[in-house]
Write a protein that binds this ligand. Structure first.
Ligand SMILES: *[C@@H]1O[C@H](CO)[C@@H](O)[C@H](O)[C@H]1NC(C)=O
Ligand SMILES: *[C@@H]1O[C@H](CO)[C@@H](O)[C@H](O)[C@H]1NC(C)=O
Ligand SMILES: *[C@@H]1O[C@H](CO)[C@@H](O)[C@H](O)[C@H]1NC(C)=O
Ligand SMILES: *[C@@H]1O[C@H](CO)[C@@H](O)[C@H](O)[C@H]1NC(C)=O
Length: 134
């Protein structure tokens, strides 16, 4: 039955491997804040940093920070805008978090280890469908 499709199991495996390669080669890593990393104690403009880049599904945001002073919260947009930290969508605290962007959409990140909204470490990224380019 399977042979009527004209593809051996080996060919199928090869195609899966090619697909995996394609996926890997079209994903990029971005260190948030570039060399400055993720910190509230900077004049680095994270909004401008994000505006200058093109993020697509499968890309990875790497947040590198001092986890005694910062963290990474993913917030609902309305919560980001009003600085409501009661209910983060997600919360990372390792100091070196690689966050893969699995969905297209608009995502809002903020640092608030002390539950206050005083820091400059806040960024929102628009994620586009993966068009296969790097
Ligand atoms: C950061 O950059 C954005 C976009 O260029 C700009 O609108 C904003 O005013 C800047 N913020 C500061 C504090 O300079
Ligand atoms: C913050 O968000 C929560 C839901 O997550 C809501 O119950 C609360 O009223 C909000 N607080 C303010 C000040 O808007
Ligand atoms: C984030 O996670 C840490 C460790 O699990 C926790 O102590 C902290 O309260 C959390 N912050 C928020 C805003 O949920
Ligand atoms: C962060 O973790 C990645 C591996 O996930 C590693 O390659 C990188 O060197 C780490 N960076 C820092 C500053 O620890």
């Amino acid at each position: 039955m399977a042979s009527s499709l004209g593809a051996s199991p080996a060919t199928g495996l090869f195609m899966v491997a090619m697909l995996a390669l394609f996926t890997l080669s079209s994903a990029s890593y971005f260190q948030v804040g570039a060399k400055d990393g993720w910190t509230s104690y900077t004049d680095f403009n994270y909004t401008r940093w994000a505006d200058d880049l093109h993020f697509q599904v499968d890309d990875v945001l790497r947040f590198v920070y001092d986890n005694k002073k910062e963290n990474v919260l993913l917030l609902f947009p309305s919560h980001y805008n009003t600085c409501n930290l009661t209910d983060p969508v997600r919360n990372w605290t390792s100091g070196n978090d690689s966050i893969r962007l699995r969905l297209a959409g608009h995502f809002f990140f903020m640092s608030s280890p002390d539950g206050q909204c005083q820091g400059k470490a806040r960024v929102n990224v628009k994620v586009y469908p993966n068009d296969g380019s790097v």
